[in-house]
Design a protein around this ligand. Structure first.
Ligand SMILES: [Zn+2]
Length: 471
């Protein structure tokens, strides 16, 4: 476990990211609680040479990964190829294979796989993760003696490697609209909504006094939760934790849109906007199949869209109408979702390239005339970093006083950044590919990655190998 504020003190960054550009150099001070207490362009009076630590790279805010299913890291690349005899492979056949993988997973294996996933996230530049956690029960579908056993393992994995965590226990009660759960879903299902709410309350209590922990809820989807249960859950959360984030998968697949039209008489986003108290605390994961009216409705509601570009590409989901949503002023962030690959620059690159391929032009979101909007690397990073932080309710996403000191230092000598200046350096990161860009990563005032390495990476990888080989 890491101690917040371990590397507290005074820093001079050669280039410090700010919402309106860069400070070159920029000065910042971090207190013993791991909070940023001062930021400025000038060295404050009284700071002596000996005490100021120098960072000679580009320092940007840590990114929030707003949507993860950590256990799926253990099946990366293992469910490619068309299953024997099947004519095609799609989201639904992928899901069947994912269920088979989940059926065997025990608590130790879950923790080992999650620790590896979280460590890789840190090395990529994510300093917090929103874990949409639906695996609750033992292999036979019965609750563990401690009903929070697997949520606890997720939290333990995050603590081990030092990433901030927003735990989003998922409510899952049915196998499709109006359908009983399938046997393969037995580990996810809460028949008793009150038991689920007791789990949430227990997790909320466990997060008190932990500066890296937040707790919200995730009604899994309109397929997995009935309208009555969704209403009950949102009303209960308004009582116990009114500021807590609420995440839901929505409109990822055309099949889901059709099921919703047949079962609820409306498209999933349309139904949600009309029937649930969707607002700034809400994050709609995917929202892929979205009409113009739905797109405008999400933006107007103040909710965040959780885009998971690599997973959406891997699963053949489709493309979210990002340019229009951007013009509407809608908020969004990024998630690594299935964790088939874990990369920050890679998520933003995949997002941008999907839009370029679809619209057959380059630079689909940028606006000329401003240093923060005319380059796609910078624009995509800034939008994702602010939307993501808000979606998982973590005090991060901007380098300013009062925020937690979650920082990422990019190596100015890395090949993709060579020849860049502050104005274009994030284009180098997002589009230049190649490794070695993320040099140091700080969470709450403690360096958890130094020179690209995490102190526990060998041990965590060894446990991951053992866990995955046993499955
Ligand atoms: Zn998901």
């Amino acid at each position: 476990m890491t101690t917040p504020g371990h590397d507290a003190g005074r820093y001079r960054a050669a280039h410090l990211h700010q919402p309106n550009g860069w400070l070159s150099p920029g000065y910042l001070e971090i207190d013993a609680a791991g909070t940023i207490v001062a930021v400025g362009a000038d060295r404050p009076p009284g700071w002596t040479d000996g005490e100021v630590r120098r960072l000679d790279g580009y320092v940007v805010p840590g990114m929030a990964n707003l949507h993860s299913h950590a256990h799926q890291r253990g099946m990366a690349g293992r469910v490619e190829g068309v299953p024997g005899g099947a004519g095609r492979d799609d989201f639904w056949s992928w899901r069947t294979r994912m269920y088979a993988f989940v059926a065997a997973l025990g608590p130790d294996q879950l923790q080992a796989i999650a620790a590896q996933a979280y460590l890789e996230m840190l090395r990529a530049g994510f300093t917090a993760v929103g874990e949409f956690h639906y695996l609750h029960h033992d292999r036979d579908g019965r609750p563990y003696a401690n009903p929070a056993e697997l949520s606890g393992r997720i939290a333990a994995a995050a603590d081990e490697v030092g990433i901030a965590l927003t735990l989003l226990p998922a409510l899952y009660t049915q196998g499709g609209i109006g359908k009983p759960p399938a046997d393969a879903q037995r580990r996810f299902v809460h028949v008793d909504l009150d038991a689920f709410l007791r789990l949430v309350e227990r997790l909320l209590v466990g997060a008190t006094d932990n500066p890296l922990r937040r707790v919200g809820v995730a009604p899994h989807s309109l397929r997995a939760v009935s309208p009555e249960q969704l209403a009950h859950l949102t009303a209960a959360m308004a009582e116990v934790a009114p500021a807590a984030p609420i995440h839901i998968h929505v409109a990822e697949q055309v099949g889901e849109v059709e099921e919703c039209l047949a079962g609820l008489g409306a498209r999933p986003i349309e139904w949600l906007l009309a029937n649930a108290p969707v607002g700034p605390r809400w994050t709609l994961i995917h929202a892929t199949h979205c009409t113009v009216a739905e797109r405008r409705g999400i933006a107007a509601s103040g909710a965040t869209v959780g885009l998971c570009p690599i997973t959406e590409a891997n699963l053949g989901d489709g493309l979210f109408p990002l340019p229009g949503y951007h013009r509407d002023g809608g908020a969004w962030g990024i998630g690594t979702d299935s964790n088939v690959a874990i990369g920050l620059a890679e998520e933003l690159r995949t997002l941008e390239y999907g839009q370029r391929l679809h619209h057959r032009r380059r630079n689909v979101l940028v606006t000329a005339g401003s240093a923060t909007t005319e380059h796609p690397g910078r624009l995509l990073f800034d939008l994702a970093v602010s939307g993501g932080a808000r979606a998982i309710d973590q005090p991060m996403g901007t380098i300013r006083p009062g925020m937690r000191a979650d920082l990422v230092e990019l190596d100015p000598e890395a090949a993709p950044l060579t020849g860049h200046e502050p104005r274009t350096v994030l284009d180098g990161w997002v589009f230049g590919a190649g490794g070695g860009v993320v040099r140091n990563v700080m969470v709450a005032g403690t360096w958890v990655v130094r020179d690209g390495h995490h102190p526990q990476e060998d041990a965590v990888l060894e446990r991951f190998r053992t866990a995955v080989r046993s499955l």
